[in-house]
Design a binder for this molecule. Structure first.
Ligand code: PNS
Length: 161
């Protein structure tokens, strides 16, 4: 069984993430989308909320997509779950340096046991990021093209809009 992890903050999941999830789920027997519980950041949604949102947004993809969360190092989470591939999306050249550093660090730290594969995001989502979605929503802007409707509703509720 080919298993892969798609780690991220997913605060919250966007159509760009969902595009990567759908495409990666066709490449692996099991794709575990795992939310990083990063104590150093103050997210809009709790880890539990992000996991629930991801489950609701991916249920239609079937049982080879699973949703989980982790804290600490990705390489430890991967080793504990017998996963040797991480999936990440690349939107533009500006993502590349950051992603390359994480991927190389993970490969080095894991002694070659965790490799990273990149999917280029579909062009229509190249501009999307969770932070810009939150910023637009916080000013009452339209995010209907960025996230599923139920997610948009939850974001507006957080901003009391
Ligand atoms: O969605 P994000 O915030 O860009 O995802 C970043 C993520 C979660 C992939 C990365 O920060 C991560 O894996 N953090 C866990 C800590 C870790 O393993 N750090 C070592 C690699 S630098």
């Amino acid at each position: 069984m080919k298993r892969a992890v798609y780690p991220g903050s997913f605060d919250p999941v966007t159509f760009g993430h969902l595009d990567v999830i759908r495409r990666a789920s066709e490449m692996f027997d099991i794709l575990i989308v795992s939310v990083l519980d990063n104590k150093a950041k103050t997210p809009l949604f709790s880890v539990e909320e992000r996991v629930k949102i991801l489950k609701d947004a991916t249920w239609h993809l079937g049982s080879n997509v699973q949703v989980d969360s982790f804290s600490g190092l990705l390489i430890n989470y991967a080793a504990e779950n017998d996963i040797h591939v991480a999936v990440r999306g690349l939107r533009a050249i500006t993502d590349f340096e950051y992603e390359l550093q994480i991927a190389q660090t993970n490969r080095k730290l894991s002694l070659g046991k965790l490799d990273t594969v990149f999917l280029t995001t579909s062009l229509e989502y190249a501009y999307l990021s969770s932070s810009s979605v939150k910023e637009i929503a916080s000013f009452g802007g339209d995010i209907s093209q960025c996230v599923p409707d139920f997610v948009a509703k939850m974001i507006y509720e957080k901003y009391h809009i």
